[in-house]
Design a protein around this ligand. Structure first.
Ligand SMILES: *Cc1c(COP(=O)(O)O)cnc(C)c1O
Length: 381
């Protein structure tokens, strides 16, 4: 057996050889969509701060006030002494935003998915997941011990054939997808999904990490497809809601069950008061101003028109380049022009689809969007 250090060095050398090693780049996020990296000020098209609220004075003030009132940390898990007074307020806001009876806040979106799915499905059950769903949905499905099956991305024929082949032999069945896909920016066809769920006696769960703040005045994918019946809506506080933490919205009984049984809830410290305070303030700002939540999609569509790409349906626009090196070169060329667009490579996206992933956020100047569209058109030539 090699030493642990030699083992790690060999693994890193292999990743390096395939253009897949990753390194942190210290980045200072400034007010608005600007960042400072490597001594340069760049306009970011890689932040998920869709509404630009991470630096909003009212959101920062709410975080500071929450820390003053309730401390810098929660001090324990929620079920012990970590359920500070802002948690109930935050869960009430989230349930109201999503139109559900109740909500459960976790330490992160990742924790929400890996806690929720195993609480609802186990050995003998079936979890069916869109092939392009986020890594933490897959992690939750694997952790559940249920049978796990993929259906081709947004392909209802593929989902139907998985359900036809495997549903009958399983106990409960959970279908999981994303409201807005994080690396492709397309929407899940929720009405068709909910009809299939009903036909095959399955529950439907959405991950709305990139839909909240962007679709339907910020309320997300279920509000965008009001006829769809979605049993559980998961999401994160860390994107449009400008803070940190994850949540699941559903019926009161489902939420009570999660609070008793979801392991990443029960055995993890409660969200810091400052994070809860900031998220509450962000929800309040977003719901008070529908024009704010319209801004990311408006900007994305301005970009896709100018770059001659298919019309954006969310704040995320992928420009697929193919191999990792091409995507990294494109990132470097845009950085020379003053734009930060981080290349996304496998395993975050399938092999052969390394890409630039642009996110559009409320504060980006329109002239800059026209300019980056010209640069992206040049990359294609
Ligand atoms: C970001 C993201 C998560 C994880 O949320 P965090 O709060 O950052 O842990 C989960 N699902 C999707 C689709 C995401 O994009």
């Amino acid at each position: 057996m090699p030493s642990l250090d030699a083992f790690a060095r060999a693994k890193l050398a292999d990743l390096d050889g395939r253009g897949l090693s990753r390194a942190l780049a210290p980045t200072r996020r400034l007010a608005g969509p600007w960042v400072e990296r490597g001594g340069r000020r760049l306009l970011s098209f890689s932040c998920n701060d869709y509404l630009g609220l991470t630096h909003h004075p009212a959101v920062i003030e709410a975080a500071v006030k929450a820390a003053r009132d309730f401390g810098a940390g929660a001090g324990a898990s929620r079920l012990v002494t970590g359920d500070h007074p802002l948690m109930a307020e935050l869960e009430e806001r989230l349930a109201a935003l999503k139109g559900t009876q109740d909500a459960c806040v976790f330490a992160s979106g990742y924790a929400a998915n890996i806690g929720t799915i195993p609480t609802l499905a186990g050995p003998g059950d079936l979890v069916v997941v869109d092939a392009l769903a986020h890594a933490c949905i897959w992690a939750g499905a694997q952790l559940s011990g249920a049978q796990v099956a993929a259906f081709a991305h947004n392909d209802m024929d593929s989902l139907r054939s998985v359900l036809a082949a495997r549903r009958a032999a399983a106990g409960v069945c959970l279908i999981v997808t994303e409201g807005v896909f994080s690396m492709d920016g397309d929407l899940a066809p929720l009405l068709a999904l909910s009809r299939l769920a009903e036909a095959y006696d399955a529950w439907l769960m959405t991950d709305d990490a990139h839909a909240v703040g962007v679709l339907a005045d910020g309320r997300g994918s279920s509000a965008h497809f009001p006829q769809a019946k979605v049993d559980l809506q998961m999401g994160t506080l860390s994107k449009a809601l400008a803070s940190q933490g994850g949540y699941v919205c559903g019926s009161r009984a489902v939420i009570d069950l999660l609070k008793s049984r979801a392991r990443s809830f029960v055995y993890s410290t409660g969200l810091a008061p400052s994070a809860a305070g900031a998220a509450i303030a962000a929800i309040d700002l977003m719901t008070a101003d529908p024009a704010l939540a319209a801004a990311p999609l408006q900007r994305a569509r301005r970009f896709t028109r100018a770059a001659n790409l298919p019309e954006a349906s969310s704040a995320i626009v992928p420009v697929v380049m193919g191999d990792p090196g091409t995507a990294l070169n494109a990132q470097a060329r845009l950085e020379d022009e003053g734009f930060l667009v981080v290349a996304i490579r496998p395993p975050t996206v399938p092999v052969g689809t390394s890409r630039l992933r642009l996110t559009f956020t409320a504060g980006q100047p329109e002239e800059a969007i026209d300019q980056i569209a010209r640069e992206v058109r040049k990359l294609a030539n």
